[in-house]
Structure formats: structure tokens, C-alpha cells
Design a protein around this ligand. Structure first.
Ligand code: PBG
Length: 314
């Protein structure tokens, strides 16, 4: 009865599970700051994806940790890079699994920034246009490996257009772009930088990620990405930015995704471990909040558990 009068509900296919694959490991390794999240070997990733698929997960978002990092992020667009290998393996094992790849340079740069850095007069500058070229090459290499969706998360200007052009030019018109259109510079990414080993070695990401004080600017950022050809727009982090999710969905009406990020996850995990909150109730309430705010898709480290809880009637 309650279901008949509920305005919003979560569907299984709304959920996207982030997974980490490392080229450095011989054994899966738990991420200390994110209980339940692992850095996987390629084989471990295949097993984790298989288990997730059996649990009802229909799409995953891949992050790679390369063995070698340099100042050109070479492994981000190498044909035999760890993510490219992972995409091929997953599409072979589970052809119907929707594979989304994070397109960024930070995990592949020796300094951990999302773009090429030039040091000038005591300052570190991020070179936007040169970085965009590398991002387009990375996205294309993911698409060629079989990725269904590429998700640029770097926030350089013009990257969505460059990626669309590179994909179309190579016959990958069917590859979908999910752009991290409104990505705020946030302390909620803290635990992720352990998981992806991508903390910047100097400075911060304030010159290319958005100021959390700004809402209208987020809409302008989204507008640019939509004009450049984004198919799905993403707001990140999630819970502290539900107003942005709402405004983006209302204004553009595009498929809208929200990223329930690492800090949001780890805070609840820590509180639940202390029995200060009930994990299942808090998480299911959070998922519904995303839907109420207008999100179509939710990227969450809880995807598997949420599916289990949905099945036994949360
Ligand atoms: C950048 C990227 C980040 C996240 C996803 N992609 C981190 C950052 O900007 O530092 C954060 C995700 C999370 O916190 O769960 N490649």
C-alpha cells in the first residue's frame, strides 16, 4: 500500500558501482579508509564484477592505478594500460555489464594533478589545452577497448567537445559521454585519494574544481558540457549538493547522475561501526534523497548492498 503513494523509488538499474584495479598488486588489498572497498588485481576485479553482476549490479565505474606514473600520464591512454585491459576482460566475461570508465589524468601523473603541469616563476600552472588532448586520447583508448560510457572527471575546459570529436572521428559514435559537469573542490574526496593513490603532491585542485559556495556557476558549467555533447551530466559530491542536482535536472532535463562520494561513504561506515547509526536505514534514506532531488543514476560504493536490501524489502 505504501508503495502506491510513494513519489519516488529506486530501480536496480539506477545504481553504478565504482571499482578500483591496480597494476601494482599481486593480491587484492583493502582500502583502509573505505571499509568494504578493495584495490583489485585484474583477476580480482573480474571476480568482484562477476559477484556484483550476480547480485544485480548492471553497471560499474572503473578507476585504474598504473605501475608507472610520469608527467605525461602515458598510462592513461596506453592501449595496454590497466583500465584498457580491465575493460576488455570485463566485456568478455560479462558482455551485458555496462562498463563506465573514469577519464582523468591524476592517477597517472607523477604529481597527482588532473592535467599537465608547468612550473613558472615559482607557480605550478595547469595547461588546459594540452591536457585536453591527452584526455581525448584516454577516452578514445577506453572506447576502443569496449567501454560503453566514458566519464571525464578532470574539469578541464573544452574536454567534452574534444572527446566527442575524437570518438566520432574514430567511428565510436555509440560511446556515451557522462560528464562530471558540476564537480566541486571537496574535502569529501579524501578517502578516495587513498583508494586511487591520486592525492596531489603539491597545491590543490582549486583552480579547476568548483568553489562550494557557487550554485549558478555549476549551471553554467553544465550548460557548456551539454553544448559540447555530454549525454549524461553528473553532480559530485552527492549529499551536500542535492540543491545542484535538483537545479541541473530542472534546467536541462538530461539524464542526471549523482556521485555519492568516498567521504559520504566512510562517514556512515565509521558511525555504523560504532552503532551510532543504522547503516541500512541511513543508506536507503540517502538513495531515496538522491531520487527525490532528481537524480536518474546514483554512483555509490554501496551498490551491491543496496540491491540486497531492495530485494529483502527495505
Ligand atoms: C578524479 C576523481 C576524484 C573522484 C572521482 N574522480 C577525486 C578528486 O577529484 O580528487 C572522487 C570520488 C570519491 O571521492 O569517491 N579522477
Amino acid at each position: 500500500m505504501r508503495d502506491l503513494v510513494r513519489e519516488n523509488s529506486l530501480r536496480e538499474s539506477d545504481l553504478i558501482l565504482p571499482l578500483f584495479v591496480s597494476e601494482k598488486l599481486t593480491q587484492p588489498q583493502p582500502v583502509a579508509t573505505m571499509p568494504g572497498v578493495w584495490q583489485q588485481t585484474l583477476d580480482g576485479l573480474r571476480r568482484e564484477a562477476e559477484a556484483a553482476w550476480k547480485a544485480g549490479v548492471r553497471s560499474v565505474l572503473l578507476f585504474g592505478i598504473p605501475k608507472e606514473k610520469d608527467e605525461q600520464a602515458s598510462q592513461a591512454y596506453a592501449d595496454d594500460g590497466i583500465v584498457q585491459q580491465a575493460v576488455r576482460a570485463l566485456k568478455k566475461d560479462l558482455p551485458d555489464l555496462v562498463v563506465v570508465t573514469d577519464v582523468c589524468l591524476c592517477e597517472y601523473m607523477s604529481h597527482g594533478h588532473c592535467g599537465i603541469v608547468r612550473h613558472e616563476g615559482g607557480h605550478a600552472l595547469i595547461l588546459n589545452d594540452e591536457s585536453v588532448e591527452l584526455l581525448a586520447a584516454a577516452a578514445l583508448s577506453h572506447a576502443r577497448a569496449g567501454a560503453d560510457i566514458v566519464a571525464p572527471s578532470d574539469m578541464m575546459d573544452g574536454r567534452v567537445g574534444a572527446i566527442r570529436e575524437a570518438l566520432d572521428g574514430a567511428g565510436c559514435q555509440g560511446t556515451v559521454i557522462m560528464s562530471y559537469a558540476a564537480k566541486f573542490c571537496s574535502a569529501f574526496y579524501g578517502p578516495f585519494r587513498d583508494a586511487a593513490e591520486s592525492a596531489p603532491a603539491f597545491g590543490d585542485r582549486r583552480t579547476y574544481q568548483m568553489d562550494s559556495a557557487n550554485g549558478a556557476e555549476a549551471l553554467r558549467e553544465v550548460e557548456l558540457d551539454v553544448a559540447e555533447g555530454a549525454d549524461i551530466v553528473l553532480v559530485k559530491p552527492g549529499l551536500p549538493y542535492l540543491d545542484i542536482v535538483w537545479r541541473v535536472k530542472e534546467r536541462f532535463g538530461l539524464p542526471t547522475a549523482v556521485y555519492n562520494v568516498s567521504g559520504e561513504y566512510s562517514m556512515v561506515k565509521a558511525a555504523a561501526a560504532n552503532r551510532w547509526v543504522d547503516e541500512r536505514s541511513v543508506v536507503m534514506e540517502t538513495m531515496l534523497a538522491f531520487k527525490r532531488a532528481g537524480a536518474d543514476l546514483v554512483i555509490t560504493y554501496w551498490a551491491r548492498q543496496v540491491l540486497g536490501w531492495m530485494r529483502d524489502g527495505a
